[in-house]
Write a protein that binds this ligand. Structure first.
Ligand code: DER
Length: 226
């Protein structure tokens, strides 16, 4: 993965676009965390915004840095969401998310935001998505979904927790399958296939959502408008 400096530059560059009065989606992960911390300083400076968290993690960090929060079920639309990615194609904004198992709520928040700024370090940038795709599933459907994914050429593994016995359990109480498909030529159509499998709550292919990608380097930031 990237360095703290690269992540910080990406997060802070995206956060700089937040204006007074905005409702801002607060992404999950270490890169989005830099944006959340930057927004905490903006709020300290008198900027009046409301944040909508995408996970317990981002909610707790937002509280820590003093960003007033709205719960997702109280908003119909947001001005801007800032979130990270596990892999991103800077030309199209297509990305794989879900490394933090927060992609179900992240996608809801992103889908009702006017703008979605993906923040990343260079290690996340690729020409073709080829990482495994995180798929949140109802626990009861883990076996049936695994079988369906195999039929679609995927190889799925249940995401085991490290500091808890048994599988990772998402903030929504579900399991995560990490499914590799090799190089993904058509992320939108693969995403539609994954969404059609009964028991799939949400997959980590984000297409047609990002409006900009901020890639932080050691010295500066590159912004790719989508
Ligand atoms: O879980 C997620 O979607 C996160 O955004 C993740 O993909 C990126 O986390 P990172 O910024 O810590 O690499």
């Amino acid at each position: 993965g990237g360095t703290t400096e690269q992540k910080r530059r990406a997060g802070e560059a995206a956060a700089a676009h937040v204006e007074d009065g905005m409702v801002v989606g607060l992404g999950t992960g270490s890169t989005a965390a830099h944006a959340i911390r930057a927004l905490g300083s903006t709020v300290d400076g008198g900027c009046e915004i409301h944040g909508v968290a995408t996970s317990f993690a981002s909610k707790m960090l937002a509280r820590e840095v003093g960003i007033p929060l709205r719960s997702l079920d109280t908003v119909e639309e947001l001005d801007l969401t800032i979130d990270g990615a596990d892999q991103v194609v800077t030309e199209t904004g297509a990305c794989i998310k879900g490394g933090g198992a927060a992609h179900a709520r992240e996608k809801i928040v992103a889908s009702i935001s006017s703008e979605l700024f993906i923040v990343a370090d260079p290690s996340k940038v690729t020409e073709t998505l080829d990482r495994s795709v995180p798929i949140e599933v109802l626990p009861a459907a883990r076996t049936s979904v695994t079988a369906a994914l195999t039929k679609h050429g995927g190889t799925a593994t249940l995401r085991e927790a490290t500091k808890k016995d048994g599988p990772v359990v998402t903030d929504n109480g579900n399991f995560v399958l990490d499914c590799s498909f090799g190089a993904i030529g058509g992320p939108r159509s693969l995403g539609e296939t994954l969404s059609s499998i009964p028991g799939v709550v949400e997959h980590g292919l984000f297409t047609g959502l990002a409006t900009a990608v901020y890639v932080g380097t050691a010295k500066d930031v590159t912004c790719y408008e989508i």
